[in-house]
Every structure is written in C-alpha cells, then in structure tokens.
Design a protein around this ligand. Structure first.
Ligand code: NAP
Length: 295
C-alpha cells in the first residue's frame, strides 16, 4: 500500500483564498476589516517567529493586525492590561495570546480574561469546557486540533464509529483534538508518556493523531494498514545535507509509514499551515458575530 500524502499547504492555500474573498465582502459591508490582536510576552524565538507568521498571514488575507510585544520580565498586571485593552478595542475581533507565557505569569488567569467573543484560539476555559460537554458548542475551537479535523474531512476519513488514537494529551493539541473526535462520534483513546503497550494501542487505530514532540517516534509497524495518520509533531533534527544544517520531521516515521498507512500528513506542510488558517477562519467568524451585534 502506498499512502496518500496529505498536503495541508494546498488545503490551507485554498481556504485562505476563500477567506481573503470573504474579507473583501466583509469590508464592503461593514467598512472595516476583521482584526487580530496578538500578545507576545518573553524572548522565546519560536514564539516570536509564530507571531510573525500569523501576522503575515493576517495581512495576506486583508485583516487588520496588531501585536503587543512585551519583555520576558513583564508583570501579570501588564499582560492583563494588554488583554483588557484588546478586549475593549472595536477594531480587534480576535485575540491571540502566544504561549508559553513567562513563568511569573499566571497563564490560566490570562486565558480566562480573554473576552469569550474574541477567544479565537479557543483556550478560554469556558470554550474548552463546552467542547467537552455533550450538547454544548464552544464559540471557538483551538486552531491546531481544528486543522486536524478539517484535514480528516478533506481526505474523506470516516470519523463516526472509527477507533481514533490520540498520542499526547497537551492542552493545545492532544486534549482538544480528543474532545473534537469524541464530539464527531469516534471512539477515542488518549495515550501519553505513562501509557502501557503503546504500539498495541496504536495498532487498533483507524485514525492516529500524533502530538508528542519526538522525532519519528511512531513506527510504521505500529500502524494498522490503511490508517489515516495526522502528524502534528514538528521536530527540528540535524541534517548536514541541508543548507541550514537541520530539517523538521514529524512524530511518525514518515517514509516507512507511507507503505502501511492509507493517508498521512507531511511534515512540514501538513498540520502547520492549517493551524494558521484556522486562526484566520476563527477571527473572521468572530468579526462577523461582533459586527452583527447592534451598537
Ligand atoms: P507537549 O505539551 O510537550 O505534550 C506532549 C505530549 O506527548 C504529552 O501529553 C506527553 O505525555 C506525550 N508524550 C511524551 N513522550 C511520550 C512518549 N514517550 N509516549 C507517549 N506519549 C508521550 O507538546 P505539544 O505542545 O502538545 O506539542 C506536541 C508536538 O506538536 C510538538 O512537536 C509541537 O512542536 C507540535 N505542534 C505543532 C503544531 C502545528 O501547528 N503543527 C502546533 C502545536 C504543537 P505526558 O502528558 O504524560 O507528559
């Protein structure tokens, strides 16, 4: 079997073109563009790079975008003030607090202060709670897990009734994607660092979501033939054959998995571009809701 390689970039490019066209209509109707506000505190170069990429994507689809860049020594009060300012700004419809925050900042409190109407990252505890509850719909769902779900639908994966195994239980990837799969009527098993017999658990999966952060950790002989594999992992590994001396690989042993899986995402170019696209999608959705509220 040779797996279908899922090109997330292609899906993302198509969706971003649709969003850009919607922005033109939005601007014509309301006289202003959707706006995203990003809050970055600290000196983590990866976080700074993510914020730059997100802002570039905003500009490419015609959004208004602002960033509040704060130092690693920012105080709780300063970060809270930045959130309050963006909550009150009528030109900002979505707020993104780039994680992780510096250790002196209470992340839970900050995420809980983001207006529910502007919580386009879907990390407000109320939104996460509603994601987990039967019969409730969160206003927004987190970008990376939503991107995984869109990819599954794009490749025509049967989710309802499928055995889905999620490897990783983080707040930003594993937990919310498991909740989303459960809402979509999959039978979900969540694995983590204390899971016993992980290969045997993964062998039961029609759908595998890997969000671990360990290069090529999931081996091809763990996969059920025909499984749909979504590899969220983005791991930098040395590669002297490249100009930069490194490359990015996923959590799944990609080349060998191609011979077993039914479909598998690329890394890079799989889930990553979908994450940004879902943030744009949520911001447009937030702007539409807020613009429709009578003043
Ligand atoms: P994280 O917070 O470090 O969580 C990793 C999870 O993997 C934890 O639940 C951990 O289990 C589990 N784990 C670690 N070692 C394991 C093992 N040997 N066996 C089974 N489970 C194990 O990481 P994260 O933030 O979720 O990110 C995961 C990966 O996704 C990273 O490579 C990250 O760069 C990538 N990522 C990509 C995107 C994107 O847009 N493409 C977005 C977010 C993250 P415990 O809970 O027991 O510790």
């Amino acid at each position: 079997m040779t797996a279908t390689i899922i090109d997330g970039k292609q899906i993302a490019d198509r969706m971003q073109a649709e969003i850009a066209a919607d922005v033109v209509r939005f601007q014509a109707e309301f006289g202003f563009p959707p706006g995203l506000g990003a809050i970055l505190a600290g000196d983590n170069p990866a976080s700074a790079q993510y914020v730059r990429m997100k802002r570039r994507a905003c500009e490419a689809v015609g959004f208004h975008s602002v960033a509040h860049i704060m130092t690693a020594s920012s105080t709780q009060a300063e970060v809270e003030a930045a959130v309050a300012e963006m909550n009150a700004d009528p030109h900002i419809h979505g707020i993104l607090v780039q994680l992780p925050l510096p250790p002196q900042i209470n992340e839970e409190r900050i995420l809980g202060l983001v207006s529910l109407d502007k919580d386009v990252d879907g990390f407000h505890p109320v939104n996460i709670g509603m994601l987990g509850m039967k019969g409730r719909e969160p206003r927004f769902t987190p970008a990376t897990p939503t991107g995984c779900m869109v990819i599954l639908k794009e490749v025509g994966a049967q989710i309802e009734g499928a055995n889905a195994v999620v490897i990783g239980r983080s707040n930003i990837v594993g937990l919310p994607v498991a909740l989303m799969l459960m809402k979509a009527n999959a039978t979900v098993t969540v694995c983590h660092s204390r899971t016993k017999n992980l290969p045997d658990v993964v062998r039961q999966a029609d759908i595998v979501i890997a969000g671990i952060g360990r290069p090529e950790f999931v081996k091809s002989d763990w996969l059920k033939p025909g499984a749909v594999v979504i590899d969220v992992g983005t791991n930098r590994v040395d590669d002297p054959t490249t100009e930069k001396g490194y490359k990015f690989v996923g959590d799944v042993e990609f080349d060998k998995a191609l011979e077993v899986a039914g479909a598998i995402t690329k890394v890079p170019g799989g889930v990553g571009p979908m994450t940004i696209t879902m943030l744009l999608h949520n911001t447009l959705k937030a702007a539409r809701r807020l613009a429709a509220v009578p003043k």
